[in-house]
Structures are given as C-alpha cells and as structure tokens.
Design a protein around this ligand. Structure first.
Ligand SMILES: Cc1cc2nc3c(=O)[nH]c(=O)nc-3n(C[C@H](O)[C@H](O)[C@H](O)COP(=O)(O)OP(=O)(O)OC[C@H]3O[C@@H](n4cnc5c(N)ncnc54)[C@H](O)[C@@H]3O)c2cc1C
Length: 459
C-alpha cells in the first residue's frame, strides 16, 4: 500500500557534476586502512530482505540473481528485451582474464581475486550440468613492440605475482602454447581463457531458477523509479515499466550502459564506450590456435569454425549497429600488431561471418561500482570538512538512498569481475562477512566518487 513519497525525486535533486580524472582513489586519500573514524567507508546494514527486484539481463544481473537465490532470497529480474543477454553480454565470445599491472596495486588485486572467483563460479555452474561453451586455454598477452618487451622484462624482474597466475614466456614457448607460429613471447596467464557470454548468462539464470526463487520478466523496460513510503515507514520503490507500475521493497540496478540515465543512477559518473567485435571464418593457418591471443585487441581460438577479433573502443558513440568500417579496423589492428600472423591467416572482409556492436559501461577508475546508492546531497552535508582536510575524521556512516543498490560499471571486463561483485552485493543484503577486505570494499563502493569529489572540492 503506497502512502507518501519520502525521497526527493530526481527532478528535485540538484544536478551534481563530477570532475573525475580517474586517479586511483587510494592515492587520493592516503592511508586507507580501515578506521572507524572514516565513517563514510562504512556500508549500511539492512535486515535481510525476503525478496529483491533486479533491473538487468546481462552477466551482472545473472551473477547477482544466482548469488542472492543461493542465500534464500527471492528475486524478480526485469529485462527490457525479449530474451536475456542482448546488451554487452551478448557477444559470441569473451575473454576471461584479470587486469594485472606490474605491481600489486589496488586494481590488480581486485582483478586477481575476481578472476579466481569467476573461474570457480563458472566451473561450479558447469559441474551442476549448466554447461556453456568455454575453454580455459590460457591467454597470451603478446609483447609485439619494444615498450611491451620492456614491460614483460619488468614483470619478470619485479616478480609480484605467482607464476601460476601470470608469467613471462619467450617466442619458442609462446609458439608451443599457441600451437601456431609465433614471432614474439609475452605474458602468459595459464588459467585464463574464453567463454560464450550469452550462453553463460542463460545457464547461470537456469541454474538460479532451480532454487525456485527466481522469476524472469522479459519485455519489461523500466523507465522511471520513484521512492515511496509504505505503512511500516520503510522506503519501497515504484517502477514505471512498459508493463505498468510495479512496486518492490529492495531494488538493484544492473542495467549496464543502457541505464546510466535512469533516475538516481544518473548522478554517478558512469560513461559509455561503444565497441565492435568481428567473427571471422577459420582457415588452416589459424584453426589450430590453442590459446587466446591479446595484442592491442584480441584473437580467440576457433569455436564453431569462427574466431573473434576485436574490439573497437569509441567514447563518443552509443551505436549498437555494426559497421563495415569497424570490421576493417579490427582486421587492420591484427595486421598492425601481429603482421606475420596476420599475413599467414590472410583474412579479408569476405571472411567476416558476423559483427556486433555493443556498449560498455565505464567508471573513471576502471573498477565497477557495487553497493548502496549514495545519497549525494546528504554526503555534502555530512562531510563538508573533507574539502579542507582529506584526513578529517567523521564517524557518521555514509548516507544512502534506502533500499536502492547498484552493480554496474564493468567496463571491458565484466566476465571477470561480475561474480565477485555479486558476492559483495549479497553480503550487503544478507549481513554476512564480505569476501574482500575493507580497502577493496571502499574501492568498489559507489560513494567513493562522492567522497573524492568533496576532497577535491569538485562537487
Ligand atoms: C565489444 C565488446 C567486447 C567485450 N569483450 C569482453 C571480453 O572479452 N571480456 C570481458 O570480460 N568483457 C568484455 N566486454 C565487457 C562485457 O561485455 C561487459 O562488462 C558485461 O557484459 C557487462 O554486463 P552487464 O550485465 O553489466 O551489462 P549488459 O550485459 O549490458 O546487461 C544489461 C542488461 O540490462 C538490461 N536493461 C538495460 N536497461 C534496462 C531498462 N531500462 N529496463 C530493463 N532492462 C534494462 C539490458 O536489456 C541488458 O540485458 C566487452 C564489451 C564489448 C562491448
């Protein structure tokens, strides 16, 4: 039963523009060891809900639905399309690998943990009989130019990562692993590989459905969300959808790049980067490729007699129709980076089988956002002195918009990062221990951008 609207509607919320250069958050705030006097790092606790609604349909929502239903929570997933995984998660093939820098910085540590979680989740789902095309065949990040050879040497010299995660190999070893002639060595990630994202999403959802706790509503586009107050004073959400109005207690937004202008969500610094992948017909010179090759783009082993090459990155486009220009770009990129291999394969536009353009949802610091939606206005009121002194101590917990959560901004690596993000979100909602430490939690928290903007006096 609805009563009055309690939270300011987005129209009433002052428009806040973030000027964020993406500098890693930890560097801005100095010591990020957990400190109870840094209240804005505290996550809100709520009573474990019996039911949540998710807006989505891609890998983020599939992982969230899977994790939440495992914990006994009922989930309704609203997807605007007539079937799941039609957005960024609809690619024929996606590479599964962590983003690792030479040093163990915050971003690499997140992707290291996320990668391990992703592999274990996908294996677990497959073992339960929900199979999807995949190959854990490793990934070779080829050192095809001087700067990359230097980087490879630096990786070996610093030795920051265990060899079973990533190690340096020469051209002879690369050739053996790739099973095709290779002119260069590179950095090899043995446990990486590829999977078919669309089928993976559908199988995760099918697996979650076996709990009897997941309902999927397709063809339901959410155009508006409004906070309402129920009789018991709790904030609930009214969704205006293509199927009419829907009321829900807890709402999680996992809508990727296509939902960044939704009320509330549009206050956060998401951006869109369009990309196109091209599927190429295999031939005798490439069909035996036995690992994923990364250069400036990537080249995957044969699946259904096709290889994926790509991808393009266009900041100023929201186009989801593929173009011949971008297919040519993908072919040229392979030619420029790996000319000998490209000459041997000898692909031209007549070998194109399929192309797809989709949108990546980006954040300024290349980490996703997972957790409660910050109440930005109340952040400004609660932590004003951070603008003068970034080490100012506040015990007050971060003000949030009640019962509104998000899990978005997976950029170019959602297949790797979504499973761990879903576990974090589940811990938020169930009050169970977090799978990551406090520093990492805050590095993923949506309010990190608000705090950073206050510190820089940019809000
Ligand atoms: C060209 C390209 C290549 C890529 N290659 C890789 C790769 O090799 N490896 C990798 O890990 N990642 C890769 N990515 C990134 C990866 O695809 C994304 O990080 C991931 O798919 C994001 O998942 P998501 O669930 O957040 O978003 P999406 O998959 O976009 O899902 C969002 C869902 O929300 C639904 N939705 C949106 N708005 C509404 C609304 N208003 N109402 C109801 N439903 C709504 C959409 O229908 C969609 O189903 C690539 C991306 C692109 C574009």
């Amino acid at each position: 039963m609805l009563t009055n609207i309690v939270t300011a509607t987005p129209a009433q919320i002052p428009s806040i523009s973030f000027q964020d250069d993406g500098t890693p958050y930890t560097e801005q705030l100095g010591n990020t060891n957990f400190d109870s006097k840094l209240g804005y790092k505290l996550r809100p606790t709520i009573t474990k809900p019996q039911h949540v609604s998710i807006i989505g349909g891609g890998i983020a929502s599939a992982c969230a639905a899977y994790a939440l239903t495992q914990k006994g929570i009922k989930v309704t997933l609203y997807c605007k399309d007539n079937s799941l995984a039609q957005g960024a998660s609809s690619n024929a093939i996606g590479a599964l690998f962590p983003l690792l820098h030479q040093q163990q910085d915050a971003i690499s540590l997140f992707y290291q943990q996320a990668f391990s979680r992703a592999r274990s989740l996908y294996n677990h789902v497959i073992e339960q009989g929900f199979n999807f095309p995949h190959q854990w065949c490793g990934l070779l990040d080829v050192s095809y130019k001087e700067s990359l050879i230097k980087r490879q040497h630096k990786f070996a010299e610093l030795n920051a990562w265990p060899a079973q995660l990533i190690h340096s190999i020469d051209a002879t070893q690369a050739e053996k692993i790739a099973n095709i002639p290779m002119q260069y060595g590179g950095l090899f990630i043995p446990n990486a590989g590829w999977l078919a994202p669309q089928q993976a999403v559908k199988q995760l959802i099918a697996c979650a459905k076996t709990t009897g706790r997941l309902k999927v509503e397709n063809n339901t586009k959410v155009s508006n969300i409004t906070a309402i107050q129920s009789k018991d004073e709790k904030t609930r959400w009214l969704l205006s959808t293509s199927q009419g109005e829907i009321e829900t207690s807890v709402l999680i937004v996992c809508g990727g790049a296509e939902i960044i202008n939704l009320d509330y969500i549009k206050q956060l610094p998401f951006s869109v980067v369009q990309g196109q992948v091209t599927s190429m017909k295999t031939n005798d010179n490439i069909s035996k490729l036995a690992t994923v090759i990364c250069h400036k783009g990537y080249l995957t082993p044969s699946q259904n007699h096709q290889h994926c090459i790509g991808a393009t990155f266009n900041k100023n486009s929201t186009r989801t129709t593929a173009t011949a220009e971008e297919d040519s770009f993908n072919i040229e990129m392979l030619k420029t980076c790996l000319p000998e291999l490209s000459a041997a394969i000898n692909w031209s536009i007549k070998d194109i089988v399929n192309s797809k353009s989709r949108l990546r949802c980006m954040t300024p610091d290349h980490l996703p956002m997972v957790g409660a939606m910050p109440d930005i206005k109340k952040h400004l009121e609660a932590y004003p002195h951070l603008a003068k002194d970034k080490n100012w101590r506040y015990t007050q917990a971060a003000p949030v918009v009640d019962n509104l959560y998000l899990m978005m901004g997976f950029g170019a690596r959602g297949l790797c990062s979504a499973p761990l993000a879903a576990d974090i979100l589940t811990a938020d909602l169930c009050g169970t221990p977090y799978p990551v430490d406090n520093n990492m939690l805050f590095n993923l928290s949506p309010n990190r951008f608000v705090i950073r903007a206050i510190v820089r006096d940019k809000i």
